[in-house]
Each structure stands twice: as structure tokens, then as C-alpha cells.
Design a protein around this ligand. Sequence first.
Ligand SMILES: [Fe+2]
Length: 378
Amino acid sequence: MSRKWISFPLREGDCSRQAHCDFPQDTYEREMGREGFFGPTAHLHHKHPPTGWIDWQGPLRPHAFNFNEIASERDCPLLAPLCLHNADMKLRLWRSHGAMRHLVRNADGDDLLFVHEGAGDFYCDFGHLEYRDGDYLLIPRGTAWRIETREPTLMLLIESSGGAYQLPDKGLLGPQAIFDPAVLEHPRLDAAFKAQQDESTWQIRIKRRNQLTTVTYPYNPLDVVGWHGDNTVVRLNWRDIRPLMSHRYHLPPSAHTTFVANGFVVCTFTPRPVETDPGALKVPFYHNNDDYDEVLFYHRGNFFSRDNIEAGMVTLHPCGFPHGPHPKALKKSLEAPATFVDEVAVMIDTRHALEVGEAAAAVDVPEYVNSWRAPGKA
Ligand SMILES: [Fe+2]
């Protein structure tokens, strides 16, 4: 087991004995954290909410994007509109219906699909898998694939450009924590897969260096009769995640890490009980995640720390300023805390700054920067 020496955090002024618990009277705790909640931290106790700004000028700002308003219907996922991106990660949104009549292959990186709506069949080099809402499909770069929808489908396409997705080290929790890898499903060479093998003309559209190339075959190239190995597509549904929680301590979002890639992580927030200890914080703490830009996609449920956010929306909190619970959510957590959180959300935290693509910029909610104002204040 990995281990470390005891370290002794510094103390100054009136501060709580432990993070996220039993704050000094009428104060607001803010965490300044390095390395995405894994590195050094300081917890500061403020007299006012750290999100209490009354004016904001300049290019840096919190964003909320309504992805429901993006025209993302395409017959090819490689043409899906680019929403947020940097050198490590490309987030696209893709809506489709019917059956793809061609294959695609991403040679720029591994793709992680998150199915927000819909259901259908996924065919690839390794066989056939069904998919439904709430599924992650992890596709190693170079895999040829297509889908046939049974219900109109809306999904996130999260490209890890040039790097593979891996699982986080579960450390002292043991390898079965959060989800047992035994729940990961892989494509099968089943009857549906064999039935789609034909001698018709098929095209594979290949994306390399963000340019498309089309290769034509006089047969369906998904013609495998057998395979072995450990490099394949895997499927995970959020319903199989058994999230960590502590009844006495509000866990940082890093406790909900699902996949780790080069330069970013993907976390999944799933339904879980709220802390019961009387002194424990019951909503996310105010924080600046000073080394990461944070993207949150709201999939379903009641987003307990957010006012005026609905399913299908995305928030982007870049480095450089604190964020935390919205006023109504904070007030409720202090006066009449919920006992259970039924939200499902996907978080993408990137080590390097994100660019806002045209598709997202067009659905940016400009008043979001003012959404932390206390109720009743203009
Ligand atoms: Fe955050």
C-alpha cells in the first residue's frame, strides 16, 4: 500500500478543526486546491460568500450553455459540432436517428460516448452491443463503428486526443470500489453482428488530424469471426456505479472519478444520500480548482447545488475564480437539508484551459455570471 508521512497543516486565526465541518459562526468556507483536489489545499473562512460579486468585466467568466438548443443532428458523428476543446480533449454533441450507412474511425484519439437520450445498437470491429441512456461507451482509437438507433439518440462525444482512457487507482478502497470492473460489458460476436455482415459496398470515414478521408470496400469490413485481447470497446452505465459517500464529510468531486485520460478526468455524480452529521457541510464547498477548468453536463435529476439548471445544460467554470452552491440551494441545505440527492451529471476537468467552440458560444447563457446573487438583490 502507498503511504506518506504525517504533515501538519498551518493554522491562522479563527478556523475549523477539519475541512468542510463545524465552521466558525456565520462564515463561508472556501477551498483553494491544487492538482484537482489531490494536491495541497487551504481552507479559508470568509465573512461573505466567495461568489458575492456585483459586477464582472473581462473575458474570463463562468459559463452555462444550453446544449438542448444546439443543432447537433448529423448523419456522421465525425461531423458533430465541436463545443469545448483543447489539445487534450474535444467535447462534441451529436444527435442522430435511424441507422448509419457508413462506418467511422477516429485516428486522432480515443472516444468516450455518453448517451444522454436514446437507445439502439452499436456495431464495431469487436462485435455488437446494445446501448441505452446513461451508458458510457469507451472506444479505443482506430476502432471502426456505427450505430443503429432504436430511439432518437443524443450523446456527448468526448475525445481523448492522443491518449487512452484508464481507470483511477482505487487505493485503499480496493479494486471493486465505485464499480466492480466485472460490470464492464464488451461487444459480442452475436447473431445481430453476424446478420449485418454483407457483401454490399461500405465506406469507412476516418478522422486524422481533424480531416476526413473516405475508404470504400466492396463488403462490410465489420467481418470479424473471432478475436482475443484486452484492447476493446467497453460499456458502463451510471446505474452500475456505487458512489462513495461519507455521512460525516463532504467528499470532493475527485471521489467520483470514473475515467482518467491525459490532461483530463471524467467523473460521474450519481444518486447518493446527503451527509447526516450535524456539523458536516451538505452541499459542495466553495472552491477554486486552481489547476483545472471544470465542465459539468447535467444528465438527469434534481441538481441540488444549482439554481436554474436543467438536464441537457453544461456549465464551465474555468480556473481563476471561486464557485460553489447557488444561494437558494445553500439556504435550503442550511435550513431544511435534503436527505438524498438524485442528480446524475458528468464532469470533465481539464488540466489546460478550454476554448469555447462556436456551437457552445451560440447557446451561452449570459446572465449565468449573476446567478450567485442573493435572492432579492439586483
Ligand atoms: Fe467545481
